[in-house]
Design a protein around this ligand. Sequence first.
Ligand SMILES: [Zn+2]
Length: 448
Amino acid sequence: MENFQTHKMTVSVDKHSSHLEQFKDFYKELDDQGKTIENLPHEKIEEYQLKAINATLEHVWNENEYYRSRLEEAGFTEPKIDHLEQLATVPMLKKDAIRGDKEKILCVEPKEIGQVHLTSGTSGKPIYTSYTLADQYVYDLLPKYLELFKETEEDVAAIALPYEFALPGLGFQRLFQFAFGTAVLSLGKGGYMAPVDKSLELMKEYQATVLTTTPSYASLLAEESEKYGIEIGKDIKLKKIWLTGEGCSSTFRQRLEKWWGCEVSFFYGSTECGVIGVECSKHQGYHVMEGHIKLEIIDPDSGEVLPYGQTGEIVVTTLLREGMPMVRYRSGDLGKLQKSQCDCGIALDVLELRGRMEHMLRIGDEDYSPFMIEHFLMELPDVGLWYHLKLNKGELTIEAEKFRTDLSDKKLAKKIRKHMKDRIGIDCNVVIRDDIPRTFGKATRVFN
Ligand SMILES: [Zn+2]
């Protein structure tokens, strides 16, 4: 092949072929029929997933020593499963196995790498994820979800997510630009070029219609707008906010909907696996992006696959990756899967997300998801969107701020205590503060 120094995109993408070639035809056929994977019967989705998993298994078997030896140790003599349930016999991949190691599961020559993303490494060394250009600009964009994403070239999307290292900022940027033709305002989140006032000003000037950010930053932007005299709903009129990065409860989401005056939906993804789930307008959980990934729920202790309806650890297998496919990757997140009975008509399975395993709060004999506690806390309109949950020897202290209320600190604390007792039977201490720190990073709300 000619060796161009420039126009790498043309060389790598247009003349590119890989084990994923066959799926271009699959999606082209859907396109031609005016369909998307969202509205295929679920058996058809499963048929596609089996093919994609086998293509991935063959790819990692041929291109990666680690994956191959793990499969051989598990008794595989060829990289193939006959039905989806058999995926349970494929070894799982733990974060610790790839933490700090940039080549262990790399399945292409290093010169084929187009982009590297890193996890934040808050819990140890980072995880390096290498993507080829084709991964990001071709295969990642093959599955369309036109029912879930309504963005078009008429929209202007403000992306207030980190652009450094991790996937979210650049990932959304590619999605908006290359899938929807949407103009993008790359606000970033707290970078030194991106103070809040400038970000809000830019959204106003360019009439942003979509905002993609974290739950805490969406509240920070709303809060700060008042300080800078920018009126939300008038100066900035959004149609939609996508929340990602930190999970949050549905009541927190609804509080943001009220404040911003637009629909707010969740988007669940990770730097290693890309997109995992997206909420539809019914807000009954995340539709799993079954074109991109196969999702399983396992018992975190035994590793056994759990049936629909049971809560366990989320395990992800990427279906459209050549650079660094994730095969049965243990996410460390907890969730529950259901077959879709959603009124929206989308056939993709529905995931209820409970949060990071290490963030579960052990109160008495039970584990509580912080989203659940937040859910009830946010039911009280006099409680602000910044709070802490502190656990000390099984005892919960909620630190909360007041929000547009005349209640005294004492009365509000009493109200919260009673509400939490009545709604979920939790006895807790309450401290009202007016100085909970705002952050540009991930909001730390749980102190365990
Ligand atoms: Zn739905």
